[in-house]
Structures are given as structure tokens and as C-alpha cells.
Design a protein around this ligand. Structure first.
Ligand code: NAD
Ligand code: UDP
Length: 322
């Protein structure tokens, strides 16, 4: 039996955070889930509420919090463009003040802290596939900047707390992840396409659909995250965690139509500003240092996600509120 730890997951009621909480509770750890429910609902963690080793805290990470913990996964931040652009100033506060408060907590408790960073730190990349040493191409004044620059500033804070205060940190750059429990109205491509296909509605392709993304199934992602937290102290990252399989958005739409048997048509809509042209992780570092690589193909992961979308009552999901 491994050592039981007190683990804080900020954003723990969200899509990824709730799966992480489930895994950590299953391993027997004392899990504190902190969330302000901006983009999530309690139903995501409802099955955990009866567990003796799970605690739910309603709190906004832009405010400091006093807790005693051994480890922190910092996941609190809206992740879908529609969510993070809803209140861009709040998004930046969540990233930056959230990082400062989690790092301050980690420093006081001598806790290890992992930051859920993002492939968005690479912006619209000129280097392909993206390696961790690439410094990125982000428009600092664009509509995606609140998220991209907020996450970049958080990475800076993590490195400075590590260098100056000796805080034990980990940086993981997460690439597009999907799966059951993603918010059905988050406006992200996978949720939009599946929802549209299941209703036989038009599938909304932004631009001509030639832009690419690399989609990672949530179970693979969570495995990579946990390995990074438990990896050697001399490897703080950043490390890319994502699936290197690269697909155009049009290919994704066609696969969703095939798997759902939908009668939907593909329609083109305007491409949002600063939409990255292509994105694919180089995961050599994760393979070498963590022995990690994804196992679930896009076809299999989408099939499971579609099954989940069929099972939910869409009327119980609400759009985000400030
Ligand atoms: P999500 O929106 O489902 O989860 C984010 C959670 O954080 C939600 O429960 C939300 O209510 C909470 N939250 C937001 N602001 C908060 C605040 N100020 N205080 C407390 N809680 C707050 O998104 P997700 O897909 O689960 O993403 C989780 C993390 O992973 C985020 O930090 C995101 O940036 C990162 N990430 C996700 C992806 C992806 O493809 N899903 C890709 C890259 C990075
Ligand atoms: N996209 C699309 N139709 C949609 C939603 C998104 O074509 O209904 C495109 C979007 O323009 C982008 C890609 O799909 O090129 C991925 O978008 P998403 O919002 O899922 O994630 P991100 O852009 O942050 O990678």
C-alpha cells in the first residue's frame, strides 16, 4: 500500500479535475476538491460525496485559502475558448492569482504542486510538432491572450517559486483532451460536433476545416498527469502530455458522423481570430522520463464519449455564470 496523502485538487469538480479526484480517492488518498463551479456542476463529483476520504470546498482560487496538504494539482481555470473569453479579466486573475495562492500554500505546507498548463502556451506554432523547448507564438493582445498569457505567466511563477523558494513543482502542458463529462455546451469542437450529430443538426466547421488538432482521451491524460506528479524530483518539466495523432477538423467531423450514423451536413462558419493552424505534441520527453504514451485511439475514445453524450439529460447543464 502506498503512502496516504492529503491532496488538494483545485478545479476538482471540472471535466479533468473530477476524473483526477475519482482516481485519487480510489487510491485511498484524502482528497480535497476545491471549485467555484464556474464551468462545472456538483453532479460531476456527486458519486464521491459519500466517500470518507473526499471533501468538497466551494472557494474561488483568486482568493487565498488556508489548508494543510501534501500535494496540490492546480486545475482551476476555464479551459474552453467560449468559457475563458466570457470574462477574460477573471480568467487572467484565475490563472495568475490562482498560481500565486496555490504556490503560497505549497510553500507554507512544503507540498508538491503540479500546474495544469496548456499547449496554448505555444500559441499558433511555427514549430511542428511542438517540443517543450519551443517558446511559442502568442498574440499578447488577442482574444485568446487572457488564457494563453495567463497560463504562460503561471508557468513563470511556478519556475520562480521553485528557483527562489525551493517549492517542489511540476509543469504539464496538456493538449486538447476530450471524453465523458466534458461540458456539453462548452463550445469546444468535440462536444459541439457530437451534440450536433446526435441531433442530426448541421456540423459547424470554423474556417475550411483544414486546421489540425491532436485529441487525447481523458484516461490517458490523467495517467500522464499522475505519473508526472509522482515522477523524480529533478524533472519538473514542462512536459507535453497529449496524443500525437493529428487530425484536421474536417476529418474529425467525418469520423463523428460515421460513429453516430448522423444525417448532419457539414457547414462552414467564420474562423475565430488567432485560431491556431496546427497543433501536435512531441511526446518524446514524456516517453523518456515518465514511460508514458497514450493508448486510446481517437475512434475508440470518441465512441465512448458519444455513448456518454447519449446517456445525459442536456437540460440539466447550464451555461457558465460569473
Ligand atoms: P473545466 O472548465 O471543466 O474545469 C475547470 C474547473 O475549474 C471547473 O470546475 C471550474 O468551475 C473551476 N474554476 C474556474 N475558475 C475557478 C476559480 N476562479 N476558482 C475555483 N475554481 C475555478 O476544464 P478542464 O477541461 O477540466 O480543464 C482543467 C484544467 O486543465 C484547466 O486548468 C485547463 O486550462 C487545463 N487544460 C485543459 C485542456 C483540455 O483540453 N481539457 C487542455 C489544456 C489545459
Ligand atoms: N471548431 C470548429 N467548430 C466548432 C468548434 C470549434 O470548427 O463548432 C474548431 C476551432 O475553430 C478550432 C478547433 O475546432 O480550430 C478546436 O477548437 P476548440 O475550441 O475545441 O479548442 P482549441 O481551439 O482551444 O484547441
Amino acid at each position: 500500500m502506498s503512502l496516504i496523502k492529503r491532496i488538494l485538487v483545485t478545479g476538482g469538480a471540472g471535466f479533468l479535475g473530477s476524473h483526477l479526484c475519482e482516481r485519487l480517492v480510489g487510491e485511498g488518498h484524502d482528497v480535497l476538491c476545491l471549485d467555484n463551479f464556474f464551468t462545472s456542476q456538483k453532479s460531476n463529483v456527486e458519486p464521491l460525496l459519500d466517500s470518507h476520504n473526499f471533501e468538497l470546498i466551494r472557494h474561488d482560487i483568486t482568493q487565498p485559502i488556508f489548508l494543510e496538504v501534501d500535494e496540490i494539482y492546480n486545475f482551476a481555470c476555464p479551459a474552453a475558448p467560449g468559457h475563458y473569453q466570457y470574462n477574460p479579466i477573471k480568467t487572467m486573475k484565475t490563472s495568475i492569482l490562482g498560481a500565486i495562492h496555490t504556490l503560497g500554500l505549497a510553500k507554507r505546507c512544503n507540498a508538491k504542486v503540479l500546474q495544469a498548463s496548456t499547449s496554448e502556451v505555444y500559441g499558433d506554432p511555427e514549430v511542428h510538432p511542438q517540443v517543450e523547448s519551443y517558446r511559442g507564438c502568442v498574440n499578447p493582445i488577442g482574444t485568446r491572450a487572457c488564457y494563453d498569457e495567463g497560463k504562460r505567466a503561471a508557468e513563470t511563477l511556478f519556475c520562480d517559486y521553485h528557483r527562489h523558494n525551493g517549492v517542489n513543482v511540476r509543469l504539464v502542458r496538456i493538449f486538447n483532451t476530450y471524453g465523458p463529462r466534458m461540458h456539453p455546451y462548452d463550445g469546444r469542437v468535440v462536444s459541439n460536433f457530437i451534440r450536433q450529430a446526435l441531433a442530426d443538426e448541421d456540423i459547424t466547421i470554423f474556417g475550411d476545416g483544414s486546421q489540425t488538432r491532436s485529441f487525447c482521451y481523458r484516461d490517458d491524460l490523467i495517467e500522464g498527469i499522475v505519473r508526472m506528479m509522482n515522477g523524480p524530483n529533478d524533472f519538473i518539466g514542462p512536459v507535453n502530455v497529449g496524443n500525437p495523432g493529428e487530425f484536421t477538423i474536417r476529418e474529425l467531423a467525418e469520423l463523428v458522423i460515421e460513429l453516430t450514423g448522423a444525417k448532419s451536413k457539414l457547414i462552414e462558419m467564420p474562423l475565430p481570430a488567432d485560431d491556431p493552424t496546427r497543433r501536435r505534441p512531441d511526446i518524446s520527453l514524456a516517453k523518456e522520463k515518465l514511460g508514458w504514451e497514450p493508448e486510446v485511439s481517437l475512434r475508440d475514445g470518441l465512441a465512448k464519449t458519444i455513448e456518454w453524450f447519449r446517456s445525459i439529460d442536456l437540460s440539466t447543464y447550464r451555461p457558465p455564470t460569473p
